[in-house]
Design a protein around this ligand. Sequence first.
Ligand code: GLA
Length: 429
Amino acid sequence: MEQLSKSVYTLASRGLAASRRATHDCVNYDPKSFMNDARAVLAKFRARFDSPAAVYRAPGRVNLIGEHTDYNDGFVLPAAIGFSCWVAIAPREDRKLVVYSQNFDETREANLDGLSPRARKVWVDYPSGVAWALEQAGYRLRGANLYIFGNVPLGAGLSSSAAIEVATGYALLTAANHPIDRRRLALLCQRAENEFVGARTGIMDQFVSCHGRAGQALLLDCRSLDFRVLPLPAEMKLVICNTMVRHELGASEYNTRRSECEEAVRRLGEILPGIRALRDVTLSQLQQHRARLSDVLFRRCRHIITENDRVCKTADALENGNTASLGPLLAESHRSLRDDYEVSCRELDVMVEIASRQPGVYGARMTGGGFGGCTINLVRAAEALEFQRRVSAEYTAATGRQPDIYICEASQGAEAAVFPAEDVPSVSI
Ligand code: GLA
């Protein structure tokens, strides 16, 4: 979740416009183009800080199904995408972090000894928060110069925040010679977001940014953090439709949903003492104890419980090549998010409705936290370009807004850019 103020967001959007157009319909995992991005970031770091640097990348994500289930100890099925955040880093001799953001064209400084969890609602909260969480967990860091560039669309529900957190965490740990434990890194980036930035998000975004695999989705159990990789059919594209709507109430409504789930667990726990989270409640238990809940709480619980079931069924369908059942599962997920969890909006509903009747579509639904942002569409590769053209025209006709539509494949998670020695002879990483 992004908590940046509106003015900051507008500024960032302007900065990102060029890169977004450039990558509009080609954000596949392509190691060659990633290396070009890495070289560009490295060159800009050198121009600014006049020293060699190491470069790291972490991706945004799209969630196929399993929405708002992560903070209920449930199941999710996300994939990392090609849109990424890049961090070039070189250690300093003092304990200062000097951080330049290309997107905001701004430098901010922080002192590793003076970090405290107080969100300033500026972009530097993310790198500072991660440094704070790592040091809190006992990782002694080194001061560093950092150059950050991201092309994950901001405020679109594609986890630009997890991308910057994970890329920064990876960079800071490696610069201080700590080995990377991806599970721990994901948890500490989540801690940064929860306690420093102030958004009570679950573990999904940071986890998949750390563990994503090219061509595969992750079935993640958000309680145990056990996961299974699921190969996506080669002929299936992940087409992401950005409604270009960003609802300002997203962050506060997100926290409200989370509190509602906690309240429901508290009330149901009086009669079902073994439960720790909505993950532990069955649909028949919910129906049996309906009288203990308000109508709103009942519907919130129904979404979570049925959504967990849909995630498992979707994973089975993907594993068994049963693509025909994807459509109904995604449609039911969208309906449940719209009517029971109440996190959709008109533009998301319109986008899903238009997408669902296009040729070559396996399934469509809103993705991410909601209140605007994107839909995920599983589309046959051969039809993807035509899908992009038709949905764009129909959505514009229906809403007056021009959407961005990205044709993606699942990408690799966080990684270091390793430059061949002959490639950049004077740069050590
Ligand atoms: C945001 C949060 C995630 C998750 C989704 C909804 O992306 O960061 O933790 O809760 O919303 O599924």
